[in-house]
Design a protein around this ligand. Structure first.
Ligand code: SF4
Ligand code: SF4
Length: 444
């Protein structure tokens, strides 16, 4: 077997073999973890990416032999709990990913371990609750009074202390508010324009709104609609949508992922076949459809069709620009923008399309911060990980503040909130990049 470092071929991810009973065999899982951890201990490139690798290397260094054989296998779970599946080790660091014969896919090993833990019934009520984004959104936004109560509780120090001790949701984590005016209920869609297909883009768009935009920040969705309308692109919403399944994937509840896929994919596949570009304003949800579902269901033609039709909004807008079909009549300069590109957008391998579009706005300087902010969807909310999430984000908070920005912005609204919390007092406004483009166009 070759032992050369790295590979000249592009990384290739193997499908997730999650229907195989061996996938859930704990002994086989821990044997595979031992094989991969042994490679990692000799390499140690990923030491500064997150807290999973430092925990692994500490376990080894503090073990009886100073080697991996001195670490009890049950301690491996401490590494698993610290991984939030950002994919950065696979995408940016590891020279041993397939097709290299060492076949190291650290995030998918962690995902398998989380699935084994879930099957064993060892997943906490708190983690199940946090991953039920659709259900929580529906409950919290029923009538206005419930929204106001939930938002008030989330801000009340006494209630937050109780949530910390009883639920394990850290008292200092600023939680997103719920909005009683859900995006899907209030979206003003305009299908009246003629369809203008470009060489690279479909001329009509369907929006998969996502739980976060639907329940927490509908303004991001409204801004996307305004940008599309300004560019005379006919738009509609996906007829019916449930959570994309990413929070359930991160929990290891793969059967729940399949159930959600069965709700979403028929509606999305129909739109893909009808020639719609499907835009998703949350990078993790886009990634779910473009990468994770195709790896879980590699033979499903509808999943493949949806993956091909789905795009990050800025990827679509920049392709529209290359097609000569994007308006560039920007009226409002944005000044200094500190822009954070989230991990789940980086791993989509589309380049820095958000930065490219922001930079087209006259009177705008964009500083890009390309590091993990350390939050993930729910990981940084948990009491036991809050301090680590702030520690991982420290360099990002500093880099975002450095250019004395007028705006701070991230395609991931959750990372944006986390960065704002980490930066503390600042004159900079936090705005989603879609909001910045809406402002730049001078749209109210
Ligand atoms: S996927 Fe992300 S969080 Fe998990 S081990 Fe890799 S870099 Fe760390
Ligand atoms: S995941 Fe790859 S790059 Fe990272 S420590 Fe392990 S072997 Fe090295």
């Amino acid at each position: 077997m070759t032992t050369r470092e790295g590979s000249l071929e592009a990384p290739k991810r193997h499908p997730l073999d999650w229907k195989n009973p061996d996938f859930y065999d704990e002994t086989k899982l821990l044997d595979e973890a031992q094989r991969v951890f042994d490679i990692c201990q000799g390499c140690r490139r990923c030491v500064n990416l997150c807290t999973a690798f430092p925990r692994l290397f500490d376990l080894i260094d503090e073990g009886s032999s100073g080697e991996l054989d001195g670490v009890e296998k049950q301690k491996y779970w401490e590494v698993v709990d610290r991984c939030y599946l950002c994919d950065m080790c696979f995408m940016t660091k590891c020279p041993y990913v397939p097709p290299h014969p060492w076949n190291v896919d650290f995030p998918h090993l962690m995902l398998r371990a989380k699935a084994v833990k879930y099957k064993k019934g060892q997943t906490s009520f708190r983690d199940k609750l946090l991953s039920s984004t659709d259900l929580m959104g529906k409950l919290a936004t029923i009538p206005v009074v419930v929204v106001q109560t939930v938002n008030a509780i989330n801000k009340a120090p006494a209630a937050r202390k109780l949530m910390d001790s009883m639920l394990g949701i850290h008292a200092e984590r600023k939680l997103p508010e719920y909005d009683s005016h859900k995006f899907r209920a209030t979206a003003r869609i305009n299908e009246s324009f003629a369809v203008k297909d470009g060489a690279r883009t479909q001329g009509k768009v369907a929006i998969y709104s996502t739980c976060y935009v639907n329940y927490n920040e509908p303004g991001i969705g409204h801004d996307l609609l305004k940008i599309l309308e300004h560019n005379e692109i006919p738009v509609r919403l996906v007829e019916k949508e449930a959570c994309c399944g990413m929070p359930k994937l991160e929990l290891g509840d793969l059967e729940a992922v399949e159930q959600l896929k069965n709700v979403n994919i028929p509606h999305l596949a129909k739109l893909a076949k009808e020639g719609y570009a499907i835009l998703t304003p949350v990078p993790s949800c886009t990634l779910m459809y473009k990468q994770e579902l195709p790896l879980m269901f590699p033979d499903d033609e509808e999943v493949k069709a949806v993956a091909a039709a789905m795009s990050d909004p800025f990827e679509y807008l920049m392709l529209r620009n290359r097609d000569g079909l994007l308006k560039t009549d920007f009226k409002q300069p944005l000044g200094n923008v500190s822009y954070h590109i989230p991990c789940h957008l980086r791993v989509q391998n589309i380049g820095q399309k958000t930065k490219d579009l922001l930079q087209m706005v006259p009177g705008t300087q964009v500083s890009v911060v390309e590091r993990c902010s350390g939050h993930d969807g729910t990981w940084g909310v948990k009491s036991e990980h809050f301090a680590d999430s702030m520690k991982i984000g420290k360099a990002v908070f500093k880099q975002m503040a450095a250019p004395d920005p007028d705006y701070i912005s991230s395609d991931c609204a959750i990372a944006g909130r986390h960065i704002q919390q980490g930066m503390g007092e600042s004159k900079a406004q936090k705005q989603h990049p879609l909001t910045l483009i809406r402002i730049a166009y001078g749209l109210g």
